[in-house]
Design a protein around this ligand. Structure first.
Ligand code: ASP
Ligand code: MG
Length: 402
């Protein structure tokens, strides 16, 4: 007998038919003699709709009250799913985050799981119940409801799998696994059988949108093997685990991130400490910087350009404009949001030369200009014109996979 954690995303429980479909998947695994703990998200677009509702009453609602509201989405879906399982004739119990023992930090809307007191879940499993847990939520030291941030149910599932030492953690979603590129945009994208935590983490952060990146971090930390698979189609999914050398793919995927803005500061003083001062100003405002380039100094001046998340672009410009003492009176600050970051990710890059140049060749063949480049051991990213983004992904994907 094994302990299996199954997580179902919002689209997998969007309506009654899908709830029964999920109930069938769960009871099938239960019938095979397994202990089953299920984590569910709110149905369909419920979370977005609750946010809209909140904004229509008070756009500046406190994060505490937002968490109180948003956690209701998962409260509904666990109860409905449990009712469907009852209807199929199986023993089941639904639990909210606090009932399932999720203790979190106190930061509303971005809480982190501190520990899970698993006694209640264990007691229910001992009674042979299927346990349905509300994802995305917990309780803080003030006994208030907290949420883990958007997409947090993946993290709830991995956390339970870690705390209970589960044998398997399945993440059911509306795609069949992790692909070498977005299959809706790149028709010959292929499903990966296996991908390493590090590669998945890069892809998750780059906007591949199959798994929340914190859940992958946690799976890596506690060595929880994940299986990403479709709730709508019966087929094997993608395994996310620590990779052995033999399995290292040269390239595991091409990802696109349009949520970027490029900020250029033209003509700053070419002096020691300038980069330090500029980036600590941004860090103090919690503005994460990604790609950075600095030009060679000329006549006592240089240029610095960097990228930030699109939503942080205006704030970054404001911070810099407010600190003329740092950037100099004559420097120009320019923001460009018509950019996209295209990345290739692959653990095999570490030991193979020429991967970056193959990517650049694909872009050259497609006559797409590169504005910025950055690399890590398992990733090469370029910044290009947003209008070229889809074409770039296809060109790069063909070069590596056709
Ligand atoms: N319902 C929450 C959200 O939409 C959590 C989740 O889906 O993982 O962000
Ligand atoms: Mg959701």
């Amino acid at each position: 007998m094994s302990l299996i954690v199954q997580k179902f995303g919002g689209s997998s429980v969007a309506d009654n038919e899908r709830i029964f479909n999920v109930a069938n998947i769960i009871t099938r695994a239960y019938n095979q003699g397994n202990d089953i703990v299920v984590v569910v998200s709110a149905q369909g677009d419920t979370t977005d709709e609750l946010i809209e509702k909140a904004v229509s009453i008070n756009p500046n609602a406190s994060r505490r009250e937002m968490d109180m509201l948003l956690s209701a989405g998962e409260q509904m879906s666990v109860a409905l799913l449990a009712m469907a399982i009852e209807k199929l004739g199986y023993p089941v119990v639904s639990l909210l985050g606090w009932q399932a023992g999720f203790e979190t930090t106190s930061t509303y809307s971005a809480a982190r799981i501190k520990r899970i007191r698993t006694d209640r879940i264990k007691k229910e499993l001992d009674k042979k119940n299927i346990v349905i847990v509300a994802g995305f939520q917990g309780i803080n030291r003030f006994d208030d409801i907290t949420t883990l941030g958007r997409g947090g149910s993946d993290t709830s599932a991995v956390a339970i799998a870690a705390a209970m030492k589960a044998d398997l953690c399945q993440i059911y979603t509306d795609v069949e696994g992790v692909y070498t590129a977005d299959p809706r945009k790149v028709p010959n994208a292929v499903k990966l059988e296996v991908i390493s935590y590090d590669e998945m983490l890069e892809l998750a952060t780059l906007g591949a949108q199959v798994l929340n990146n914190r859940s992958v971090e946690m799976a890596k930390k506690y060595d929880i093997e994940l299986e990403v698979l479709s709730s709508l189609k019966q087929s094997s999914g993608t395994i996310v685990k620590e990779n052995t050398n033999m399995e290292k793919m040269l390239i595991s995927g091409v990802a696109k991130d349009c949520n970027v803005a490029r900020i250029s500061i033209i003509g700053v003083p070419d002096r020691p400490g300038l980069a330090f001062k500029v980036f600590s100003l941004l860090a103090r405002k919690d503005i994460n910087v990604d790609i950075i380039i600095q030009s060679v100094g000329r006549e006592g001046e240089k240029d610095i350009a960097f990228t930030v998340a699109a939503g942080k672009g205006d704030e970054a410009v404001r911070v810099l404009e407010e600190h003329r003492a740092v950037i100099g009176e004559t420097a120009r600050v320019i923001k460009d949001e018509d950019v996209a970051k295209i990345s290739i990710v692959g653990a095999g890059m570490e030991s193979h030369a020429g991967v970056a140049s193959t990517m650049f060749e694909a872009l050259y063949d497609a006559q797409i200009n590169i504005q910025m480049i950055t690399t890590s051991e398992i990733k090469v990213s370029v910044l290009i014109d947003k209008d070229d983004a889809d074409r770039a992904v296809s060109a790069i994907h063909s070069k590596f996979f056709d």
